[in-house]
Design a protein around this ligand. Structure first.
Ligand code: ASP
Length: 293
């Protein structure tokens, strides 16, 4: 049976094309997970986006390492962390989910699985991200306090024509991170969580803070308790603020979608927006921020 609120697609930041691609895929009958993977692939392949996929900023040793996860409406999920040379890591996370008995593969193991499944090796470090890295090397200043605007991780939630919800989250993580550092984005429950009876949530921002409160799972559980997506996002951000005196020095932003097709978003600092594709219209929604007033 088709669902009258569907299809709906939402994603972090103003990724108009990515969200449009997902929305159109859903309109054409594609299942929620495939539409989310198709949507986020737009940013994975966008070399101007320096925190997702090809063109992503490298770690402090100059290697681009990508993290991603996917979660399906039946509760299955897959993730890859610290993957080099592969652009479409959200699609690779789906391969982990479907073709292996595991949920998460790291580094070389994930890369080998990619080649076995027809993915091509690509140079992820572009000329401009290498130039920016060389500039950074002059001071090699590494501060975990990061530019509040400098987050472009794409987390996406899709509801298909049957009302089924799935999501994908993909990133190159923090610029010039320590070798081996993995943030929230590929961690099921932190960067992404979906429960088809309730809804889904996704995150962007300072991954360490999102992981400490298992942010996306928290939002879905708050919705289970009756909160709207908006109220749930607000409470999850407040949870971080109330436990961290340093909260003005980093950004965290959440988006959420429930089974009624209602959406919400909230963040610490002004400047975050989400895209929402609903009733055939793709809209940029500026998020209310905890520090707005
Ligand atoms: N959440 C990502 C991470 O910590 C970064 C971001 O959204 O910019 O890896």
């Amino acid at each position: 049976m088709t669902n009258k609120t569907a299809p709906v697609a939402i994603c972090t930041w103003g990724f108009t094309k990515a969200n449009q691609a997902a929305g159109e895929a859903l309109e054409s009958g594609m299942a929620a997970l495939d539409a989310a993977i198709k949507g986020v692939a737009v940013e994975e392949e966008n070399i101007k986006n320096t925190t997702v996929g090809k063109g992503g900023a490298p770690d402090r040793e100059g290697n681009v390492t990508l993290d991603a996860c996917v979660m399906d409406s039946n509760g299955d999920c897959g993730a890859v962390v610290c993957v080099e040379n592969i652009t479409n890591v959200a699609a690779l996370a789906k391969v982990v989910m479907e073709e292996t008995p595991h949920v998460m593969l790291a580094g070389k193991g994930a890369e080998e699985l990619a080649y076995k499944n027809g993915f091509q090796a690509e140079q992820l470090l572009t000329d401009s991200s290498e130039a920016a890295y060389r500039e950074w090397l002059k001071t090699s200043e590494y501060k975990p306090i990061i530019n509040i605007e400098n987050h472009d991780t794409i987390g996406m939630l899709c509801m298909d024509q049957y009302g089924d919800i799935a999501g994908a989250c993909t990133t190159s993580g923090l610029s010039y991170k320590m070798k081996g550092r993995v943030g929230d984005s590929p961690i099921i429950g932190s960067g992404l969580f979906v429960d088809n009876e309730i809804g889904g949530a996704a995150a962007t921002g300072m991954g360490e803070e999102i992981m400490k409160t298992v942010g996306s799972f928290l939002i879905v559980e708050l919705m289970r308790q009756g909160k709207t997506p908006q109220e749930a996002c607000e409470e999850a951000v407040q949870r971080i603020i109330s436990r961290n005196k340093n909260f003005k020095n980093f950004q965290v932003a959440y988006i959420a979608l429930n089974i009624k097709g209602e959406t919400g978003s909230y963040c610490i600092h002004p400047g975050f927006a989400m895209m929402q594709y609903k009733d055939g219209v793709n809209t940029r929604i500026t998020s209310v921020a905890a520090l707005d007033s």
